[in-house]
Design a protein around this ligand. Structure first.
Ligand code: NAD
Length: 323
């Protein structure tokens, strides 16, 4: 299988590239190496005969066209590349529009031209907006009601893909993921940031009252899900991948603190993020039924593996930790 993966030097993308190579795929990884794209995340793959890296920005149509021209054919394109941090989107929304919307439009255009056989767009539960306590989980039919520039840009990309499916019978699939965690996650996101702060003995800043809820999924379960969508997903469909592990932010931070009883300091409740969504929760019934997928790693086991990795890779996080 010949594959283009965008954003393969980021968190989920790097796990996915490793999985794809282990399955025998040929992978061209297209990545602009932004602050979140770390080439060394795939240093173990650099000499793999099926792996090629292309330092390319998906916003630059001419450069991107060169990448497509060099490929003989493309069986699958998996699109991870994005600006992915909600906090940054509140202050730098145009970066999110240019990469997440315009970059996706460029990829769609070139994929049509090249005749890519399957385009898998990696989206998020955030496009559905926020749920109140006790409301039923979102499913694939739920309306798109994004509340921040990040989720608005991801919803826009989803709509562009759906429009291409409708207009051109474009062979697209959307996978919507809940909050991933695991090794190689850039230490600005909740779990790795708190983990680094625990190791440094710094205070743990938690937004608002810390009771917001997120559904967590271990990154390897997520990548298996994306792989199953490539193999068995029906073209034109949307699949939600939730971990079925809803936690309040304070529960997550408490669980992390327990690993560092000696160095870890206290939670500090800080001014809430503007428009902070209260709760995300998605039903993965469709993926379970159609793709025979279900998450296999518990929150506790996943957290143990994540903590282990950060403890053993302090050079990595010390280099990238923004504080
Ligand atoms: P990440 O921020 O860790 O990595 C993003 C990658 O995209 C980086 O390698 C970066 O260099 C690359 N990139 C950014 N702009 C680019 C551009 N203009 N051209 C080429 N490459 C560019 O992100 P992640 O957490 O691995 O998320 C991957 C995808 O999954 C994103 O589309 C994100 O919206 C989605 N997603 C993530 C989560 C999560 O919990 N991490 C949850 C749901 C959905």
């Amino acid at each position: 299988m010949k594959m283009i993966v965008t954003g393969g030097c980021g968190f989920i993308g790097s796990h996915f590239v490793r999985l794809a190579l282990s399955k025998g795929a040929w992978v061209t990884n297209v990545d602009a190496l932004t602050y979140a794209g770390i080439k060394e995340n795939l240093s173990d793959c650099e000499d793999h005969p099926h792996y090629r890296f292309s330092h390319t920005d998906i916003r630059q149509m001419d450069d991107l066209k060169n990448v497509f021209e060099k490929q003989e054919n493309v069986d699958v394109l998996v699109h991870f590349a994005a600006e992915s941090h909600v906090d940054r989107s509140l202050t730098q929304p145009s970066d999110f529009v240019s990469t997440n919307v315009l970059g996706t439009a460029n990829l769609l255009c070139l994929s049509k031209w090249k005749g890519v056989k399957r385009f898998v767009h990696v989206s998020t539960d955030e496009v559905y907006g926020s749920l109140a306590e006790g409301e039923p989980s979102f499913d694939e039919q739920s309306p798109l009601l994004p509340n921040n520039p990040y989720s608005a840009s991801k919803a826009s990309a989803d709509l562009l893909l759906l429009a291409n499916i409708k207009s051109f019978r474009f062979p697209g699939i959307i996978v919507r993921c809940s909050n991933n965690f695991g090794p190689f996650q850039f230490p600005e996101k909740l779990i790795p940031r708190m983990l680094c702060k625990c190791m440094l003995g710094e205070g743990l800043p938690v937004y608002g009252n810390g009771k917001n809820m997120r559904d967590w999924i271990y990154v390897e379960d997520q990548c298996r899900g994306i792989w199953s969508a490539i193999e068995h997903g029906r073209l034109g469909q949307i699949y939600n991948f939730g971990g079925n592990m809803e936690k309040r932010n304070i529960e997550v931070v408490e669980a992390l603190k327990a690993f560092f009883p000696e160095t870890c300091s206290k939670m500090e409740f800080v001014t809430d993020r503007p428009g902070h969504d209260w709760r995300y929760s998605m039903s993965s019934e469709k993926a379970r039924k159609e793709l025979d997928w279900k998450p296999s790693i518990s929150f506790e086991r996943g957290l143990e593996m994540t903590v282990d990795w950060y403890v053993n890779n302090s050079d990595w996080w010390r280099k990238h930790f923004p504080g």
